[in-house]
Design a protein around this ligand. Sequence first.
Ligand code: GDP
Ligand code: IMO
Ligand code: MG
Length: 429
Amino acid sequence: MANVTVIGAQWGDEGKGKIVDWLASRADAVVRFQGGHNAGHTLVIDGKVFKLSLLPSGIVSGTMSMIGNGVVLDPWALRDEVEKLEGQGVVINDDNLAIADNCPLILPMHRDLDGLREAAAGKGKIGTTGRGIGPAYEDKVGRRAIRVCDLAHLDSLDPQLDRLCAHHDALRAGFDQPPVDREALIEELRDIADFVQRFAQPVWKRLKKVRKAGAKILFEGAQGVLLDVDHGTYPFVTSSNTVSGTAAAGSGLGPNSTGFVLGIVKAYTTRVGSGPFPTELDDEVGQGIGERGHEFGTVTGRQRRVGWFDAVIVRQTCAISGVTGIALTKIDVLDGLDTVKICTGYRLRGNVYDYLPSHAGEQAEVEPIYEEMDGWSESTAGARSFADLPANAIKYIQRVQELIECPVALVSTSPERDDTILMRDPFVD
Ligand code: GDP
Ligand code: IMO
Ligand code: MG
């Protein structure tokens, strides 16, 4: 059995979608296991651009795609995305898409609450995607969620709605908002139910079957380890566990099935939303990297913050997530720089740290210690073999590998699917 789990090893947007799409042609099934439509995964195939938020990136290549129970599902966002992709010629039907019937739903009240809280937080806001992700996960662990399987039982939803609305109405009152309009909600759910139910099934059972048949399964993570609710830069994180271990709990296959853990790592660092970012650049160098890398969010269009490669945090996230090897993406964005810097440690109140401490105040205060290397003037864009890379780019990749204590399995040199250098096949290793 050779399965692969793909996770983001920084603050998201590392290029997971591109790599999952590339690997999907070698896989028999692709499974999303956490997050929701806060994710924004961009795929470029022969110049054609596909943007996915909720659907597994494997759907574009026609690979069997599943949304596991660990995902929070906005049924209206699902319908919009399916329709958008169908408009681009992607075939989506109940043969190639399965949705776990125990997925909690994101409802309009979750989006409301996300927005109300962010607006009230002012400068202290998290900078969420406004998709209702946090409130939906809160209701899941609070045992109040309406789930996909409930869509088949809308006539007996009242007791569940009583619990859910009692909670939300109290919160809404605190924001001077009217109570949830239950009639309207039921109507909206009736309108969408059939669409979702086409795909609903016990995904764990489907996975058990394909696993038994020897299928290669690709688990597709969203966000990145630094946005993990336990291991990330709390409280400036998302509301799910984004680490590789979630692939098991969020899909319904055991931890012995997650296989090769492929950490996706950008050759520099970006972050969207608030929170600590030790190597952030607010000069022309950062601006130049951001422009060359088109660092604007897929979901919200927000400009991403940009900084040098931080080997401290990637070493940490690779350890936390048991990363077997990394895919280093967007190396081409560093082309043409005279020098490049890598953060190798932090200074905090006279002490040197080789890890990012847990306390938010300390995370905001650490000062990066840099190592400087010569850049390269040659282009790496579109390179498909390691031998085509300039000597200084190779030195950079080797230094990254050394500092993060984890081998490089793939290098990505452009947004295009096939502009990818394979050094170690995750499905074979
Ligand atoms: P994800 O959320 O991890 O899937 O990443 P996003 O899709 O949000 O952001 C990554 C962006 O970089 C997308 O626009 C990709 O098309 C693009 N991209 C991916 N790999 C490369 C690469 O190697 N080079 C360049 N220049 N762009 C890339
Ligand atoms: P992909 O899968 C980058 C960030 C938001 C915010 C924080 C919480 O494309 O890598 P949320 O809406 O989840 O409650 O927001 O997490 N965030 C992401 N940043 N990439 C993502 O996904 C993200 N999903 C959420 O910007 O800071
Ligand atoms: Mg993204």
